[in-house]
Design a protein around this ligand. Structure first.
Ligand SMILES: [Fe+2]
Length: 304
């Protein structure tokens, strides 16, 4: 368990599922995530229900509207409200998308920042200011996008790396977004993943999406996670070690049991990866030379 109290597998908290979850949170779920914009001004029964979760489970605030890469001045009043909200509910982590969503008014979409040196300095300064106001590091999520900016003068991977380095922030790794962008923009998702700064990952996302054509994916979070995305998560664990990972589902919401089975899939991949890691280290530290001579390890022992 790290200082953020994030561990294992999580689920994006939906109002539709609050009551069944309050009747008993299924064991694969270790933490929840919310968009603070949806909970900042909550009162009455809804506020009470939300508090039920924050008093019992780690909750991450995953923001939607800060517009960290946007042209408008950083909304510091909003950040002060976020800070108070996090303190009130003992929420230890705030993350945002590496994108923008406002330009003299809300655009109701997450749009890509031009991948330029100038934008690196601009966004990194805004992340640093955000961290100063919140008095803690934040994490930035690699975002999906559909149209690349014509003024970009560097590739997406170099841009993400440069922003995180200059801002000295964490990476909120979304493997589905890598897959979506790899199809929409024609690159190798595995190569992209392996180029990210793994030591900065604080937690991860998996999600499903809509296939709108052979080379167009819409990042809807409206379907089950597909096998190539699960495989990317496996590769991420192999390369960077197991990190806390959360299932996002934002539309076409199924019954809770369906989502729990996907969260269980996260746990299963985490356990497999931990077993492989233990096996490798056992080979290195003992004289045994055959895989079958190693005793099996109970997955339940590994889910810490
Ligand atoms: Fe995400």
């Amino acid at each position: 368990m790290n200082s953020l109290q994030l561990d294992g597998a999580g689920l994006g908290l939906r109002r539709e599922h609050m009551l069944p979850l309050m009747a008993g949170v299924p064991s694969p779920i270790d933490f929840f995530e919310i968009s603070p914009e949806n909970y900042l001004d909550l009162g009455g029964k809804r506020a009470q229900d939300f508090r039920w979760f924050t008093e019992r489970y780690p909750v991450v605030a995953h923001g939607l509207s800060l517009s960290i890469g946007g042209p408008d001045p950083l909304d510091e009043d909003f950040l002060l409200r976020i800070k108070g909200f996090m303190a009130e509910h003992k929420i230890r982590l705030y993350t945002e998308h590496l994108s923008y969503c406002a330009n003299q008014g809300h655009l109701y979409d997450l749009l890509p920042i031009p991948f330029t040196e100038e934008a690196v300095h601009y966004v990194a300064a805004r992340i640093r200011r955000t961290q100063d106001i919140l008095e803690q590091p934040i994490a930035i999520e690699n975002a999906s996008y559909y149209a690349a900016s014509p003024i970009s003068d560097m590739d997406e991977l170099s841009f993400i790396r440069a922003v995180i380095e200059e801002a000295d922030c964490w990476l909120h790794l979304d493997v589905n977004n890598i897959y979506v962008n790899s199809v929409n923009h024609g690159y190798d998702p595995e190569q992209f993943l392996l180029g990210l700064p793994g030591e900065r990952i604080v937690y991860g996302h998996v999600a499903g999406h809509d296939l709108d054509g052979p080379d167009l994916i819409i990042d809807s979070h409206g379907h089950a996670v597909i096998d190539p995305v699960w495989r990317l998560l496996e590769i991420a664990y192999e390369q960077f070690g197991v990190f806390p990972t959360l299932l996002e589902r934002d539309c076409n919401i199924p019954p809770l049991a369906e989502l729990v089975s996907e969260v269980n899939q996260i746990v299963s991949i985490q356990n497999q990866s931990l077993i492989q890691t233990l096996r490798k280290s056992a080979y290195r530290s003992t004289s045994c030379t055959h895989p079958q001579s190693l005793k099996p390890i109970k997955p339940s022992c590994l889910h810490s």
